[in-house]
Design a protein around this ligand. Structure first.
Ligand SMILES: [Zn+2]
Length: 574
């Protein structure tokens, strides 16, 4: 098997399936560790941390509206570990901001790879001083640009210190490898990083998704087959999805799987593998995931078929539309194979037993229209409700409810429907909001709400664009953010007098804080804003707030609906 897989990915997979047909067993955990994705592991990268490498997340894990595009290395639960250059290279991009990658550095190597280091606490010199100067010159708290000077580092040099900046849920290092020319991320575990992994993925369930008119065990709704059920009665056409995730040795974090494949009656039917991704189609992850379960329960359920609008570069060319027809009296075998990047694998066979076609059941369609995913669609009714859906807004044809809700509010699509392009909505109400710019809409998300900005229309209604569907209500937001001074030092900063900071707590009651800015003695002050901690702070080391002197400080914050509030005071920094 080992020698055959070396022949190449496509040949290896074909042989794998012929081995399954011959009842030969894929021996879990016995694939040589040098073999990853059917190839020898690549070499030559320096580990970005000088501690044992333990993963909190891996490449290809399902995240909100994207696949995770790198590795999340644990950092001993704290900030401030040196982050090392994986290659020789020149700094090609520096970013800082409250969301996403936070403080991030991109290093481009001479051999065409870019390594990315994100959620940093701070940058090493000379990047740190250069960025500070650029930010004061441009008066921008957020920064994302290529330096005009050539900052070079050698492999193993310290680029900065690990942190928890941006949209990070705890201290860790997010590390990516990209192909410089395309900026496509590549699975870093295709390189020989010393990450212990002897555990096979968990394959918790096979899902059968009946097409209209079909049934599984007599039901027309999706059926989850857990590990004990390997035979099921099917009538008509079904598609398959697989609930699977991976855990590596040394940590219990839920990670993603690397390769998923299905053989139908021992013939290759579907294959996906997480070698590379494409940021321009990141959101199509929602079409790979079985979205109704992913959106509600955050369980990684992978469709073993490609929806028509799905452009992800992860599918093998054997991949079909994925509709399996089961005729009465015929038995079909669905063999599922799931593997992690280190070659640990798990597999399972489910037999679909053809049942006699059930009589057509009552039409249980919800109210709404059938939208063709590849066609523009407009809807308006006598109340003034209007919805415009551009072509390719969805990944497949779908039922789209669109009407006033009995208990108030408006159903605009269904929350179980993933959206690729924003749709435009006009509601014939504005919740009595009298001030332009202060109107918002809220859409139900499980037990809570997501709030989005909207615009008042001359006729009294409101307009918004969104990629979230469900039950909408108009709402007003007339109160700006609350700003309070908090002079305790931010957690995580090193015990260094130059890292002393003046902190403000910034919160908002409804639509959320959109922006915070500060001035000292009328001069713009670089502010570090950490929305997940409701904190914004500036550093004494910037040299703009003079210690021991009375300084007039102004902090302004704006919320997503456009309300602005300010904090003014005199601060003496002892
Ligand atoms: Zn990450």
């Amino acid at each position: 098997m080992k020698a055959l897989i070396r022949l190449g990915k496509h040949v290896g997979v074909a042989l794998l399936f012929s081995a399954i047909a011959l009842q030969s067993t894929w021996v879990v955990g016995q694939t040589p560790s040098r073999i990853r994705g059917g190839e020898p592991a690549r070499t030559g990268l320096v580990p970005p941390l000088n501690i044992p490498l333990v993963l909190a997340g891996n490449f290809g894990e399902l995240r909100s509206n994207h696949f995770h595009t790198g590795l999340d290395f644990k950092t001993l639960g704290r900030e401030g570990l040196p982050v090392l250059a994986a290659t020789d290279g020149v700094v090609s991009r520096v970013r800082t901001g409250p969301y996403g990658y936070g403080n991030a550095l991109y290093l481009s190597s001479p051999d065409g790879l870019t390594s990315v280091y994100a959620h940093l606490q701070r940058f090493a010199e000379p990047i740190s001083t250069w960025l500070c100067e650029e930010q004061y010159r441009s008066e921008e708290n957020e920064w994302d640009a290529a330096p005009r000077r050539a900052f070079t580092f050698k492999a193993g040099d310290t680029l900065g210190w690990s942190g928890n900046s941006g949209s990070s849920g705890g201290p860790h290092l997010h590390f990516e490898i990209r192909e410089t020319a395309t900026q496509r991320p590549i699975n870093p575990l295709l390189w020989d990083f010393d990450v212990a992994d002897n555990r096979a993925p968990r394959l918790d369930a096979v899902w059968l998704l009946p097409e209209p008119g079909a049934t599984v065990d007599g039901r027309s709704t999706p059926v989850r087959l857990d590990g004990d059920i390997n035979r099921v009665q099917v009538s008509g056409r079904v598609r398959v999805a697989v609930e699977a995730f991976d855990r590596l040795s040394g940590a219990n974090n839920v990670c993603g799987v690397y390769r998923m494949a299905v053989a139908l009656d021992s013939v290759p039917w579907f294959e996906a593998s997480l070698d590379t991704l494409d940021f321009s189609v990141a959101r199509d992850m929602n079409a790979h995931a079985y979205y109704p379960v992913w959106s509600r329960e955050r369980k990684q359920v992978h469709r073993m078929h490609r929806l028509p609008g799905n452009r992800l570069p992860i599918y093998d060319r054997t991949t079909r539309s994925g509709i399996i027809e089961v005729l009465p009296g015929v038995e079909r075998s669905v063999h599922v194979f799931v593997e992690d990047v280190h070659g640990n694998a798990v597999e399972r066979t489910v037999r679909l037993i053809g049942a006699v076609q059930a009589p057509a059941s009552e039409d249980e369609r919800p109210p709404g229209a059938l939208l063709r995913y590849d066609t523009d669609w407009s809807f308006s009714d006598s109340t003034g409700l209007r919805v415009d859906v551009p072509k390719d807004a969805f990944y497949d044809d779908a039922w789209f409810p669109c009407h006033a809700a009995a208990g108030g509010g408006w159903y605009i699509g269904s929350e179980s429907l993933p959206v690729r392009k924003a749709i435009s909505v006009e509601l014939p109400e504005n919740a009595g909001c009298g001030v332009r710019g202060h109107v918002a809409v809220q859409v139900e998300e499980g037990e809570s709400f997501r709030v989005e900005p909207a615009r008042l229309l001359a006729g009294g209604g409101i307009r918004f664009t969104t990629r979230n569907l469900g039950l909408y209500r108009a709402a007003c937001d007339t109160i700006g953010p609350r700003i309070a001074i908090r002079n305790s030092r931010p957690s995580g900063l090193p015990e260094n007098p130059r890292m002393e900071a003046l902190q403000f707590e910034v919160t908002d009651d409804f639509s959320g804080v959109a922006e915070v800015e500060a001035w000292v003695e009328g001069c713009w002050m670089r502010l570090h804003w950490d929305p997940k901690k409701d904190r914004a702070f500036y550093l004494l080391e910037d040299g703009r707030h003079l210690p021991g002197e009375r300084q007039e400080v102004l902090v302004e914050a704006r919320d997503e609906a456009g309300n602005v509030s300010a904090w003014r005071g005199t601060v003496i920094w002892p």
